[in-house]
Design a protein. Structure first.
Length: 242
């Protein structure tokens, strides 16, 4: 029963994230105006806002103007629910599972926003950073997070000076802090390495002149993969050191 409640909670968080993804990059309030159709602007009733089920019941169309509702809505809600359910069953500690799942859910929203707008709102990144400090020993997590943020800030300054242009956003520094807080120093470096390799592969595939590759989705993916496979990665590192 607890797992069902956690999953439903994740579904509701996904619904909130959809609002944040649409409104925050446009500097709009997430509270006002109330939920409405983006096409006809008609206010929605409460039963039009039930996460996932309303989209299915309405068959992906507005109840008033019948315009199509973006598939992003059910996709984000399902992804959020899956994150919460998976992490809940993956970890034994319910509170820690909720905290870590919330961090990854926020990173999901930040990744979508970065892909769409190449701009990341502090209203989502800073709460994710604060939550990451609470996932383990707060002092150790804070120390590791600040070390990674400082290292990324220096890296940003150094590379930007060489390239004579900004090559890394401030949000990347915050995500680096989240990686350090969740994984620690050694695994954090592994996560960043994995992120860079995946980003390089995608960049080589695209090869579009002047295209700015959003890096936050790769940082989030590298973090998730390293967190999931922490034990085998640590085992491999021990073998290498030996």
């Amino acid at each position: 029963m607890e797992g069902v409640l956690v999953t439903l909670f994740g579904l509701c968080i996904g619904s909130f994230l959809n609002v944040a993804i649409i409104r925050l990059p446009k500097n709009e309030s997430i509270n006002l105006p109330a939920s409405h159709c983006p096409t006809c602007l008609h206010p929605l009733a409460w039963y039009h806002n039930v996460p996932l089920f309303s989209w299915i019941f309405l068959r992906g169309k507005c109840a008033f103007c019948r315009s199509h509702i973006s598939f992003q809505y059910p996709l984000v809600e399902l992804s959020s629910a899956f994150l919460y359910a998976f992490i809940y069953f993956y970890l034994a500690n319910t509170l820690q599972a909720l905290l870590i799942a919330s961090v990854f859910a926020l990173l999901l929203a930040l990744s979508i926003i970065d892909l769409r707008y190449k701009a990341v709102p502090d209203a989502l990144s800073l709460p994710a950073l604060i939550l990451s400090f609470c996932t383990g020993d707060p002092l150790v997590s804070l120390q590791n997070g600040l070390l990674f943020m400082g290292a990324f800030a220096f890296l940003r300054f150094f590379i930007s000076a060489l390239a004579k242009k900004e090559v890394m956003g401030e949000a990347d520094i915050i995500i680096a802090g989240i990686i350090g807080a969740l994984l620690g120093i050694k695994l954090g470096l592994v996560a960043i390495y994995i992120s860079a390799v995946i980003a390089l592969i995608i960049f080589m595939i695209i090869r579009k002149k002047g295209y700015e590759l959003a890096f936050i989705p790769f940082l989030a993916l590298g973090l998730l993969l390293t967190w999931l496979f922490e034990t085998p990665i640590l085992h491999i590192m021990e073998l290498i050191y030996e």
